[in-house]
Design a protein around this ligand. Structure first.
Ligand SMILES: *Cc1c(COP(=O)(O)O)cnc(C)c1O
Length: 346
C-alpha cells in the first residue's frame, strides 16, 4: 500500500518547522541559538524534539528501530495526529468499534471527520462483514482497541490480520492494556503491514499516567509524517527524564503487572459469590467489567463509601455494568468489605 497516497495533500507537501535543536543536534557547546535563559541550568534548555535517548531505550526493549517510534503527550496526541495526517475535514471518515474508548470519536469530531461505529458481536469480538460494509473510499482510518476498553477482552488477532489485509486504509490497534493481556502484541506485524499503527502508553502498566507519555509504533513513513506534524517540543524534559528512570526499573514494572493480574483474578472470584453480581466479563486488562443488579444504586452506595468506580451501564452492549479498576490488595479489600456490607443490606 502506498502510504503517501493516503496522506492529505497539504501534509504531504508540508515543510515542517525547523527548531534550533533540529538544526544543531550535538549536546556539547556554547548554546546561543535558542534564546534560552542561561542561568537556570536544570530546565532552561528546550528538550530533544525527537527524544532520541528515550527512543533508543524503548527500541532496545521492544526490538524495533528508533525510526519506528513516535512519542507524544499521551496516546491521545498520536490519535489526533493520525486523524489530521490522513483525514480531510468534511470529506473523509474514520471507523471504530462500539463500545470502545471515547477519544477516537472526540478527536474525529474536533477535526470534523465523520465517525462510523461498528457494533461488536455479543462476545465483544469484531464483526468482519459489518466492518467491511461500513468502509467506503473515504474511509481512512480504522481504530481498534485490544484489549478493549471498557469490555476488557482482547480482540481476535486473526480477525485483525484479515482486516489489515482487506482494508486499504490505516488500521490503528490501541494496545494500552497489552501488558495485562494473555495475547501477544501485534507489534511484530508492523514490518509485514505498512498500514498498521500500534499505540502503547506509559499510563497503565508503567504507572506513569501523570507524566503524559504515549507511543505510536509503525513503519518509518508513517512515523516521519507524525514527526513532521507534531509540535516541535511535544514531550517535555521532565517527562523524558522520568521515563528514562523508569525504563531502568523494568523488573519493578513486571512485578506490578503480575500483582495486578493476580489481584484481578482474586477480585473476580470474590465478586462471583454475590447474588447481585450477574456477570463478570473475562479481563485481559487492569480492570473488570461487572454486570450487576441496579448498577446506579451500587455505584451511589460505593460513592458513599468513598469508593469510586466507573458507571458504564448506559454504554452500548454494557447495560447494567460497572467498570472497576484493580487496586492495591488493601484497596481491593476495602471494596470487598463495602460490597459485603451492601449485600447484607439489600
Ligand atoms: C488509558 C487508555 C489510553 C491511554 O491514553 P494516554 O493518553 O496515553 O494516557 C489509551 N487508550 C485506551 C483505550 C485507554 O484506555
Amino acid at each position: 500500500m502506498d502510504i503517501n497516497k493516503l496522506v492529505r495533500e497539504n501534509i504531504r507537501n508540508l515543510k515542517p518547522y525547523s527548531s534550533a535543536r533540529d538544526e544543531y543536534k550535538d549536546k556539547e557547546g556554547v548554546f546561543l541559538d535558542a534564546n534560552e535563559n542561561p542561568f537556570n541550568t536544570s530546565y532552561n534548555r528546550y528538550p530533544d524534539p525527537l527524544q532520541v535517548d528515550l527512543k533508543k531505550r524503548i527500541a532496545g526493549i521492544k526490538h524495533i528501530e528508533v525510526e519506528n517510534i513516535f512519542l507524544g503527550n499521551g496516546s491521545d496526541e498520536a490519535i489526533d495526529l493520525l486523524i489530521r495526517i490522513f483525514c480531510r475535514p468534511g470529506l473523509d471518515n474514520i471507523l471504530s468499534i462500539d463500545p470502545s474508548y471515547g477519544m477516537y470519536e472526540v478527536c474525529a469530531s474536533i477535526n470534523d471527520i465523520e465517525f462510523r461505529k461498528v457494533t461488536l458481536t455479543q462476545e465483544y469480538q469484531l464483526d468482519l462483514n459489518q466492518i467491511m460494509n461500513a468502509i467506503d473510499d473515504q474511509s481512512k482510518i480504522l481504530f481498534l482497541c485490544s484489549p478493549n476498553n471498557p469490555t476488557a477482552n482482547s480482540l481476535n488477532n486473526n480477525v485483525i490480520k484479515i482486516v489489515l489485509e482487506k482494508f486499504k486504509g490505516i488500521v490503528v490497534v490501541d494496545e494500552a492494556y497489552i501488558d495485562f493481556s494473555g495475547q501477544a502484541s501485534l507489534l511484530p506485524l508492523i514490518t509485514e503491514f505498512n498500514n498498521l499503527v500500534i499505540l502503547q502508553t506509559f499510563s497503565k502498566a508503567w504507572g506513569l499516567a501523570g507524566i503524559r507519555l504515549g507511543m505510536a509504533l509503525s513503519n518509518r513513513d508513517i512515523i516521519n509524517y507524525m514527526n513532521k506534524v507534531k509540535y516541535p517540543y511535544n514531550v517535555n524534559v521532565i517527562t523524558q527524564q522520568k521515563a528514562l528512570e523508569y525504563l531502568n526499573e523494568a523488573d519493578k514494572i513486571e512485578e506490578w503487572v503480575s500483582l495486578v493480574k493476580n489481584e484481578r483474578e482474586k477480585l473476580s472470584k470474590k465478586l462471583e459469590k454475590f447474588d447481585f453480581v450477574k456477570q463478570i466479563f473475562p479481563s485481559d486488562a487492569n480492570f473488570l467489567l461487572v454486570k450487576v443488579d441496579d448498577p446506579l444504586k451500587l455505584y451511589n452506595y460505593l460513592l458513599g463509601e468513598k469508593i469510586i468506580v466507573r458507571d458504564r451501564s448506559k454504554v452500548h452492549l454494557c447495560q447494567g455494568a460497572l467498570r472497576v479498576t484493580v487496586g492495591t490488595p488493601g484497596e481491593n479489600d476495602l471494596l470487598m468489605e463495602a460490597l459485603g456490607k451492601y449485600n447484607g443490606e439489600i
